[in-house]
Design a protein around this ligand. Structure first.
Ligand code: TYD
Length: 227
């Protein structure tokens, strides 16, 4: 049964665009969708997001950063994700627990088993039924971000809008950090091939959307036939 879909990937991989396109597609099929994101899916989360992504928060320690993401998740699951699932609404989430494993685990070096336990606590044991990993080379993702910022396309409700160059704390990390995050995501995907679908994010927006639609349609059909 697919009811909870997450989108994961490095910065600039196009998750947000693809999530919105999938939402439009599912709504056109008559399905109710709740689109949300981490960090920042609740009022508390939006405050945490601002703190987390501000450029001048460079001194934030890795454990402090971790606890802020977990706090965001705990509130988000309780206030948004679980109630939506209980109503029978499909949930599309821009990042979830896998981002913590990739960024705080593979990126910052915090032990993965510990992160898994903390994730379980924060998410009340909720795991996405399907996770799209939008994979692209790090330099391409960072270049896309820069391009969007220059074109004034990367803004919105996030704290990013208020920054001169629009690059957040993570986007300013060294390339090697982003490489570890990318390899981490791919490791996670290899370990759970039934849940993860790795999509080549180098394709055009339309190509990537087509691939995502194909996978979702396939899963929905399998679900229908199993009834
Ligand atoms: P976001 O705007 O969602 O990502 P993107 O720039 O790809 O659109 O920013 C969220 C940032 O927070 C992103 O760099 C990844 C990071 N993050 C973590 O480090 N750990 C987490 O658990 C989550 C949810 C996000």
């Amino acid at each position: 049964m697919i009811r909870f879909i997450s989108f994961e990937g490095g910065d600039g991989s196009g998750k947000t665009t693809q999530l919105k396109l999938l939402e439009s597609y599912l709504v056109s099929k008559g399905m109710a969708c709740c689109c949300t994101r981490e960090p920042g899916g609740t009022t508390l989360g939006r405050m945490l997001r601002k703190v987390l992504l501000e450029v001048d928060q460079k001194e934030i320690s890795s454990p402090a950063e971790l606890f802020l993401y977990l706090a965001d998740r705990a509130q988000h699951v309780q206030e948004v994700v679980s109630p939506a699932l209980e109503r029978g609404t499909m949930v599309l989430c821009d990042r979830f627990s896998d981002s913590t494993l990739a960024y705080q685990g593979f990126g910052r070096g915090i032990e993965l088993d510990l992160l898994r336990r903390l994730n379980r606590l924060a998410s009340c044991g909720l795991i996405p039924d399907l996770t799209f990993l939008l994979d692209c080379p790090v330099d391409v993702g960072l270049w896309r971000i820069r391009k969007q910022v220059t074109a004034g396309l990367r803004s919105g409700a996030s704290a990013k809008a208020e920054r001169p160059l629009g690059q957040d704390r993570f986007e300013q990390e060294e390339i090697e950090f982003h490489e570890r995050v990318r390899r981490g995501f791919l490791d996670l995907a290899r370990a759970e091939p039934d849940r993860f679908c790795v999509v080549d994010a180098l394709g055009s927006i339309e190509q990537v959307h087509k691939e995502i639609k194909r996978i979702v349609d396939e899963r929905l059909a399998a679900q229908h036939n199993a009834k």
